[in-house]
Each structure stands twice: as C-alpha cells, then as structure tokens.
Design a protein around this ligand. Structure first.
Ligand code: FRU
Length: 529
C-alpha cells in the first residue's frame, strides 16, 4: 500500500519520508535478524576480555607481575591502581587496532564483492581467532588470536550496518538496524555469564572456555551469511539488475517495486562516477557526512561506556565488591543494556534520532556527576579498604541507569546514523571511516582507562561527563533528523540544514543526485531554492 508523501520540516533538516509500496515482510525481517547476529561476535568479545583479565589463573599464566600486584593490593591501599599494566591493556586493545586497520580494506571488499561476502569473511577470521585464543600457550598466541578477532570485527562492523540499512524499508530502518546493537548487547551479556561460570571452574582452565566459546557466535554469522541475499543497492551497483529486482520484490512483498528500484538505479548511476571513494569522500560536498562519520563514533566512545563494559568486574572489584559479586554486578549491567536497547528499537522511528540522543545524553551526564561525587566522597583521593556496602550498591544502581541512557541513545544510534547518511558511492568508505574511528576510540578507552582510573580516580567520571555534555550540545546544533527519509534521498537533510547547507549547495550541479532530490523535495513540500 502506497501512502501519500508527507511534508518535511526544514529547520533542523528534519525530513519525513515518502512511502514506497510494500510492507515489512517476514523475509526481510529474517534476513535482517540473521545479519544482525554478527553483532554477537562484537559483543562477546567486548564482554569477555574484562572478566578473563580478572581471573587469577589467567593472570598467573600470562601476566604474573599483574597478578603479584593484585595480590599485594588485597590487603588494602593502592585500590585505584592495582590492575594498571600496559601489557594487560595491550591484550585487550590489540583487537581494536586490528579492526581499525581492517576497516580500511573491508570497504573495498564490500564495494566489489558485496555486503554478504564481507560478513562471511568476518565470521571466518573470528573463528580462527577464537581457536587460537582458546589454545594459547603464550602472550604472542593470545595477541595474534586477538588480531584475527579484530579483523573479524572490522568486517562485521562495516558490512552489517550497511546491509541492514539497505535492506530495511526506510520507515523501519532504525528499528531493523538497531537489531545489530541488540545483538551486541546480547553478546556482551552472554560473555559476562560465561565468565561468571568459567571463573568457578577448578583447575584454572576456565579462561580457555571463555575465549574458545567465541567460536559459537562466529559459527552463527559465518553459516548465516551463506543464506543471505545481497542488498538491492549492492546488486545494482555491481550490475546484477534482474537479481536486484527479484530481491526487492521479495523483501518488499509486492511486484510494485519500480519506483524504489528506479530511485536505487538513479542513486547508483550517480555514484558510478565515483571511482576513488577514499579520495572523493574528502570533497567539500561530502563534508557534513564525513564530519558525522568521524564525530558520532568518536563521541560514542567518549561517553565512557567501554570503561564500564570492559572493566565492570575490575571496577566493581576496585570499589570493594568481592570477585563473585563484581562479576554478578557486571551481569546485571549487561541485562540493563539489553533491556534498554529495546526502548530504542520501539521508539527510534517514531520519536526520531535527535530526541533519543538528547534524553540519553542528559541521563548519562547526571549519573556520571553523581557517581563521581559519591566515589569521591567515600574514598577521596587516597583509597583505603572497601567502600561501605550501601554506597557500593548505589554506585552499581547508578551505573545501571547510566548504561540504560546509553543503550537507548548513543549505543544504537552511534551505529545507525553513520550507516544511513552516506550516498551509495561512498557508503562503504564512509562506514569504513566510522568503524575506524569507533575502533580507535574503543582502543584509546581500553588502553587509557586503567592508568586514568589510577591517576584521575573519581575525577574520571567527571571527565567522561564533560564529553557527554559536549556531544549533547553538538547533536542539538548540528545533527539533522534522519528518521523516515529514504536512504537514497538522504541528501535533502543536509540541503535544508541551517549549517550544513553551505557545504552542499555550491556543488549542487555536479552532485548527481540533484534531480532525484528535487523531485523528492517537491513531493514532500520542501522549499526548492
Ligand atoms: O553496548 C555497549 C557497546 O556498544 C558499542 O558502543 C557499540 O555500539 C560498543 O562500543 C559498546 O561496548
């Protein structure tokens, strides 16, 4: 059923979209669900490292000096610094550097072989990494394994968000895209559970189980991707027109796909002129998208979320909860993370991206101020002994509220927004930039968190809080609303934005999308200059 086009607000560049015929079919839902399972590998890895690096047997075997330091701190004193070791953080963060490097060449694979094969490649590399890690005999094996996992994550992080955004009917793009973040949160949570169980295994081999079980999510996406069709956009841009039509008919559940197909072809033809996406992306007319591809993931990581995700067990141990209690608390934050992601799924295409960013930002900021103050008051600058039970419980509760705020705002939207703003010709390159920045940010936080906790102590929460304030103001002023705008017509949100229009306007004539966008703007009652 074709609904009439609705009017789009200009102001912030908000655009309500037009409607193509078709509906949400079971088929598109299932393909998106299978693709989203790739998020499990990303999440599993984020959740597993913190728990493993707090297991005594693992530390004794690979990082004996950290182990001795931790033992010495058990009697009290030095709480903020007991886990500070560069080698230990290198274990955690080597993966993110590898993913960063991988995201640069995956863009070419996604462009020339399609989104599906890049997902498959990611799964295979991740499988190999899991095997190597589970069998590790020395730090070198551990780190090579982590690098393979990182390459897997680079592949998945680049191709899955694009896949989802290209398959989804645009009215439900947010909802379906967030399936990926949902799977990331499920991955983190499963990893926390596995760690909780593995830490209890006698004989000190629990960490092998934790690292080896990464093969399960890797197996799921590797096999799953073999059954997925490629996206219509990707098929068209590689010249498979009939196949693209077939997929479009099937995913929209109607034969009346010519209008959408025509727009996709127009977008693809416009993009045909772009032969060097890595250079073209630097052109002035792509400046708004490039700015977002860099800043959105950069800010996402500076919320400080991964300080919690990686190190929740360490952090909770640091504030004096026992080993088990701290893993258990990490499990609780994991559950909150999943549950709150559903809020985003349910509201993102109705409320829009901006409202969620704004509400989530305010909630995180408040929590960070209160947590910092609470820990500061309890411990001050010198940290001796454990925090009283009531205060520790309050910190855990506040961290949950903070995680919830993140999970319906910057978590999913940090993936969704970059995947939906780029025109086809530079979409993989743009997503590559976004994944690279995300990985760099994740790496920096992973690497810097323990030394920062050691030096800034409770002030660390204020540090991240300051960034959350900055990003919330940034969104208010610079991020246009993208809900409901067809992905191939996204150019309109920049052309009607108070700030960004100056970058896109002067190259209009050469933009290629001009006609398509003009039609869209006329249809939607947007003033055409
Ligand atoms: O759910 C939290 C997780 O979500 C991400 O931000 C990905 O969007 C990760 O970096 C983080 O660990």
């Amino acid at each position: 059923m074709a609904a009439p086009a609705t009017a789009a607000g200009a102001g912030q560049g908000q655009g309500e979209g037009k409607e193509y015929p078709g509906r949400l079919t079971l088929y598109v839902f299932l393909t998106c669900a299978v693709a989203a399972t790739g998020g499990l590998i990303v999440g599993y890895d984020i959740g597993i490292s913190g728990g493993v690096t707090s297991m005594d047997a693992f530390l004794q075997e690979f990082f004996p000096s950290v182990y001795r330091k931790e033992q010495a701190a058990r009697g009290g004193g030095g709480q903020y610094c007991k886990f500070d070791s560069q080698l230990l953080t290198a274990f955690t963060s080597s993966l993110y550097l590898a993913a960063l490097v991988a995201s640069f060449f995956v863009a070419s694979v996604a462009r020339s072989l399609g989104r599906r094969w890049s997902m498959f490649g990611g799964g295979v590399s991740f499988l190999a990494g899991a095997a190597l890690n589970a069998a590790a005999r020395d730090v070198a094996m551990l780190i090579v394994g982590r690098i393979l996992l990182g390459v897997g994550i680079g592949f998945a992080g680049l191709s899955i968000p694009i896949y989802l955004s290209e398959m989804a009917p645009h009215r439900l793009r947010g909802t379906l895209n967030i399936g990926l973040q949902l799977m990331i949160t499920v991955g983190i949570f499963s990893a926390n559970l596995v760690n909780y169980g593995a830490a209890r295994i006698r004989g000190g081999w629990g960490w092998r189980l934790s690292l080896g079980l990464a093969a399960v999510p890797a197996g799921i996406i590797t096999t799953g991707s073999l059954f997925l069709p490629d996206t219509p956009s990707s098929l068209i841009s590689r010249g498979h027109h009939e196949q693209a039509r077939r997929v479009l008919r099937r995913i929209r559940g109607t034969d009346d796909i010519e209008e959408e197909y025509g727009d996709l072809v127009a977008a693809s033809e416009a993009s045909g002129a772009v032969r060097r996406p890595w250079l073209d992306i630097l052109r002035r007319r792509y400046r708004p998208q490039l700015a977002m591809a860099v800043l959105v993931p950069f800010f996402q990581q500076l919320t400080g979320i991964n300080a919690i995700m990686f190190y929740a067990p360490v952090l909770f141990k640091t504030i004096g909860l026992g080993g088990d209690a701290s893993l258990m608390s990490a499990v609780i934050t994991g559950l909150v993370n999943i549950a709150a992601t559903f809020v985003s799924i349910a509201t993102v295409d109705r409320l829009g991206r901006r409202k969620l960013f704004f509400q989530g930002g305010c909630q995180m900021l408040l929590c960070q101020i209160v947590i910092g103050t609470l820990i500061g008051l309890e411990f001050g600058a010198s940290w001796d002994g454990a925090i009283p039970k009531a205060s520790a419980a309050a910190v855990v509760a506040l961290i949950c509220v903070y995680v919830a705020g993140f999970a319906w705002s910057w978590g999913p939207l940090g993936i969704l927004v970059p995947s939906e703003i780029f025109p086809l010709e530079i979409r993989p390159a743009g997503q590559g930039v976004s994944v690279a920045v995300n990985m760099l940010g994740t790496f920096a936080v992973a690497q810097a968190f323990l030394p920062m906790l050691c030096r800034m102590r409770f002030g660390l929460f204020y540090f991240f809080g300051g960034w959350v304030l900055a990003m919330t103001l940034f969104v208010a002023a610079f991020l246009p609303e993208t809900k409901g705008v067809p992905i191939e017509k996204m150019g309109v949100v920049w052309r009607t934005h108070w700030f960004w229009k100056r970058f896109v306007a002067d190259e209009d004539g050469r933009a290629g999308h001009r006609d398509v966008e003009m039609d869209y703007r006329k249809a939607d009652g947007i003033a055409v200059r």
